[in-house]
Write a protein that binds this ligand. Structure first.
Ligand code: PXP
Length: 238
């Protein structure tokens, strides 16, 4: 049974829409823990569009489960990770114009930089996971570069528009997941997973961690909306 890493970036997205103090992703992390999350994931993007440096600092002090910092291999962010020393870092590709992480990190093309960053983080006791596409060459390179874990990008499976395509993508995830485990890597998966499509991925043999964000935050807005409106209505009903 995989562990659940809850990505709380989009709680911060709502806060940043007004540049205010609420909703605080730190509160969301505490609630996620109370609900049974095994880990909390945040992506400190170079453009700081959602999670802020302060969030990561406070989460480092308050999160009791595993804090997983997603980050680009950019030097500014690597230095922040080296100062804060979260238990786990996931290296991801990052483009300023993208809405979300669009593909896996090309660890073959970025071989030297990924090796260097991985070593620097591991020397500080940080576990390194590489977010890559389901591709055996990328997995083999991740092993060679010294990563402890890989997170296979489930976006193509999640975005599949017909059953045959979804089955094909699921098969690829299973095959590549098996290959990663054979290589001695810890297997994580994530991106685009929802309440509708998660079960087949959670059932993949050997997958030890799923990172899920958007769908959980989207549902939280919906399941909490009625209560929030009722509470405001009660307040102004004098
Ligand atoms: N894993 C990684 C590496 C990601 O970049 C993201 C998105 O920030 C996720 C998992 C979570 O994806 P989603 O928000 O679609 O659940």
């Amino acid at each position: 049974m995989p562990k659940l890493g809850v990505n709380i970036d989009h709680v911060a997205t709502v806060r940043q829409a007004r540049r205010t103090i609420e909703p605080d992703p730190v509160w969301a992390a505490a609630l996620a823990e109370l609900a049974g999350a095994d880990g909390i994931t945040v992506h400190l993007r170079e453009d700081r569009r959602h999670i802020q440096d302060r969030d990561v600092r406070v989460l480092m002090d308050t999160v009791q489960v595993k804090l997983n910092l997603e980050m680009a291999i950019a030097e500014e962010i690597v230095q922040i990770a080296c100062q804060l020393k979260p238990p786990q870092v996931s290296l991801v590709p990052e483009k300023r114009t993208e809405v979300t992480t669009e593909g896996g990190l090309d660890v073959i093309r970025n071989r030297d930089r990924v090796r260097d960053v991985t070593r620097r983080l591991q020397d500080l006791g940080i576990e390194v996971s590489l977010f890559i596409d389901a591709d055996q060459d990328q997995i083999a390179a991740s092993k060679e570069l010294g990563a402890q874990a890989v997170e296979l990008h489930t976006g193509r499976y999640a975005d599949a528009t017909h059953e045959a395509e979804q089955a094909r993508e699921l098969h690829l995830l299973k095959e590549c997941g098996g290959f990663a485990i054979q290589q001695g890597l810890v297997l994580h998966m994530g991106h685009g997973l929802t309440y509708r499509n998660v079960i087949p991925v959670a059932s993949i043999p050997g997958v030890s961690e799923l990172n899920i964000g958007h769908s959980i935050v989207a549902r939280a807005v919906m399941v909490g909306f009625e209560r929030a409106v009722r509470e405001m209505k009660e307040l102004i009903t004098l």
